[in-house]
Write a protein of this length. Structure first.
Length: 198
């Protein structure tokens, strides 16, 4: 897994992330709703974790971001489980005869993105994996904008969004709460996740 060997995580102070990231406006309700959805599906995320080695909360957050935590949708991109994926990545899982279980598709999504090869699940690596899963468009073409996939709902992000694959709108503000924002809430609710500062 070439990226794993070449990547050096950026410095991310857990204390800053945990204490200083402010949820803005009415997004607190969305953060609480999202965290509750992930906790409700924890047993299913743990089943995928057991097969892949990816922490259950990372699987839950990706499922939330891609499919609204709906278990009738592919974790790859939110397409319905009634067929292979149509959006990017297209045609996943390679072998799929609906109605297969969500867990089979979720394992494929994890393996397709190489997350099952990751061994470092530190906070910087988790942020990196979320960004990689979503794509590098923000980092490559709009580096002044904090990626809303990670930071929407916090004071780190204001506006600018890909409204669809390859289509950028500098004035659009994401209404979906970001994965890192929900993760912060999850660490408060479930301290054994272990990302909170001592």
């Amino acid at each position: 897994f070439m990226i794993e060997r070449q990547y050096t995580p950026p410095t991310m102070k857990v204390e800053v992330w945990q204490k200083d990231m402010q949820v803005i406006g009415d997004m607190a309700k969305s953060v609480d709703w999202a965290a509750a959805k992930i906790l409700a599906g924890r047993a299913r995320y743990e089943a995928v974790s057991d097969k892949t080695g990816v922490p259950w909360f990372v699987i839950g957050l990706l499922h939330l971001m891609e499919a609204g935590a709906r278990f009738d949708r592919h974790m790859h991109n939110g397409d319905p489980l009634t067929a292979k994926t149509v959006q990017v990545p297209k045609g996943r899982p390679k072998v799929w005869e609906a109605p297969y279980e969500w867990e089979i598709s979720a394992v494929d999504a994890v393996q397709y993105d190489g997350l099952d090869k990751v061994v470092d699940w530190s906070l910087p690596r988790i942020a990196y994996c979320f960004e990689k899963y979503n794509g590098w468009g923000y980092r490559k073409y709009h580096p002044a904008v904090c990626n809303p996939y990670l930071w929407s709902g916090s004071a780190h992000y204001a506006k600018g969004k890909y409204v669809e694959d390859g289509r950028w709108d500098p004035e659009c503000a994401s209404k979906q709460v970001g994965a890192m924002v929900v993760l912060k809430r999850l660490t408060e609710m479930v301290p054994e996740i272990g990302l909170a500062p001592p």
